[in-house]
Ligand binder design. Structure first.
Ligand code: FES
Length: 169
């Protein structure tokens, strides 16, 4: 009845919600900095210089703009990577959730070339070892986002490896 009186409401209720979680085959766009909105390419990523990115559906061009989809991409020496990390990296590039598992701050810093640092309370995560916590207060590793190769593109290979941020389930 209400929908009949308000056609716009009926339409709003039936429209599919956009998928905000990263999907296999997604690529990435810069979330900040001078290249904001542009595709992230391998040359943008240097050791010790993490970049924040959003996944993007390459077919529709829709950016998956949700806090829980924010990703930190960086490069590290493959020789430092655990076997498990090497399996989910591409060409020395790794991707992790950018949301700290302690209290949800963006993880934007680096303590050293293989340790991401959360600036809020200084939790540290070893990105050469699948995001393992090496310094608290965080108790849970950062979720890894597996990558794959297709030509020169950096692409998502599968879902996050764990719970995002400070959520408990
Ligand atoms: S929110 Fe990251 S250490 Fe507290």
């Amino acid at each position: 009845m209400l929908a009949a009186a308000c056609p716009g409401l009926a339409q709003a209720n039936t429209e599919p919600k956009p998928i905000t979680a990263p999907q296999p085959g997604d690529s990435f766009v810069h979330l900040s900095g001078p290249k904001v909105g542009q595709p992230v390419v391998a040359e943008d990523l240097q050791i010790g210089a993490p970049k924040l990115a959003y996944p993007i559906d390459p077919a529709s061009g829709e950016v998956r703009r949700a806090r829980a989809s924010q990703v930190v991409l960086t490069r590290l020496d493959p020789a430092l990577m655990s076997d498990e990390t090497r399996e989910v990296a591409w060409n020395g590039i790794v991707a992790y959730s950018a949301i700290c598992t302690h209290n949800g701050c963006p993880v934007t810093g680096m303590r050293n070339p293989h340790t991401l640092l959360c600036p809020c309370h200084e939790s540290e995560f070893d990105i050469a070892d699948k995001g393992k916590v090496v310094h608290g207060p965080a108790q849970r590793r950062l979720a890894n986002l597996p990558l794959k190769t297709t030509g020169d593109a950096i692409m998502v290979a599968g879902p996050f490896s764990g719970i995002i941020g400070a959520q408990t389930k």
